[in-house]
Design a protein around this ligand. Structure first.
Ligand SMILES: [Zn+2]
Ligand SMILES: [Zn+2]
Length: 199
C-alpha cells in the first residue's frame, strides 16, 4: 500500500500529498452549511444523492501542497464560520479548516482526493461517521452514526496538534503569522440566502 494519498484539483493545477500515518476519520456531512458552500461555488459532483459531502479528517501536518497552492482561496458563510477552501482555477472543493489554526484539523473533501485511482476506502478506511442527517435529501434519512467516536478522534487530532506546536505545520496557514494563506471572503447576507435555498 502506498504511504501517501495524492490530492489534485479537477484541472490539475493544484497538487498535494497526504501522508497516511496517524489518525484519520471518514465522515459524510449532510448539513446545510456544507451544501451551501457547494451551491455557492456551483461545484459539480460534490454532493451525493442525499446531499452529503464525503470528508476525510486528517492532521494538517500530514498534508503538503506540492504545486499550485497560490490557486487556493477560502470562503466563510458567515464571519464566524469555518474556512472553506477551494481552487480558483477550477472551483474544486478542497476542504474545511477551523479559522483558528490552533484547532488543528482539516476535513478534506473527496473531490480533490480521487484522481490517481486511489480509493478513499483503501487509504482511509470506511465511512465511520454520518452527521447533519436531518437535512439529508429525501424522506428516509440516513442514520446518524459515529458521533462519539468521531468526536473523540477529532479531539485527539487537536490535542496531538499541540504537542511541540505541531499545529504550525498546516499548509493552509502562514507558519509565522498564523493567518490563512488566502484572505477569507465572507458571503453577504443575500449570497448566503441564495446558497442556503434549495436548488
Ligand atoms: Zn484546478
Ligand atoms: Zn457540514
Amino acid at each position: 500500500m502506498p504511504n501517501i494519498h495524492k490530492l489534485r484539483c479537477r484541472c490539475g493545477q493544484v497538487h498535494g500529498e497526504i501522508k497516511l500515518a496517524g489518525l484519520s476519520n471518514r465522515c459524510v456531512c449532510y448539513c446545510t452549511d456544507c451544501q451551501a458552500f457547494v451551491r455557492h461555488l456551483r461545484a459539480p459532483d460534490v454532493l451525493d444523492s442525499r446531499g452529503g459531502t464525503d470528508i476525510v479528517q486528517v492532521p494538517p501536518s500530514n498534508l503538503v501542497f506540492t504545486q499550485g497552492a497560490e490557486n487556493l482561496a477560502c470562503l466563510r458563510l458567515t464571519d464566524r464560520g469555518m474556512l472553506r477552501w477551494y481552487s480558483t482555477c477550477c472551483q474544486t472543493t478542497i476542504g474545511n479548516t477551523p479559522a483558528n489554526w490552533r484547532i488543528s484539523f482539516v476535513g478534506l473533501i473527496h473531490t480533490c482526493l480521487g484522481s490517481e485511482n486511489q480509493s478513499l476506502e483503501a487509504s482511509f478506511g470506511p465511512v465511520s461517521m454520518r452527521v447533519g442527517v436531518k437535512t439529508a435529501f429525501g424522506e428516509v434519512k440516513p442514520a446518524a452514526s459515529g458521533l462519539f467516536s468521531g468526536l473523540a478522534k477529532a479531539i485527539a487530532l487537536i490535542v496531538r496538534g499541540h504537542i511541540g506546536s505541531a499545529y504550525r505545520a498546516n499548509p493552509f496557514f502562514n507558519p509565522q503569522t498564523g493567518l490563512p494563506i488566502a484572505k477569507p471572503t465572507v458571503l453577504s447576507a443575500s449570497e448566503l440566502a441564495t446558497a442556503k435555498s434549495a436548488a
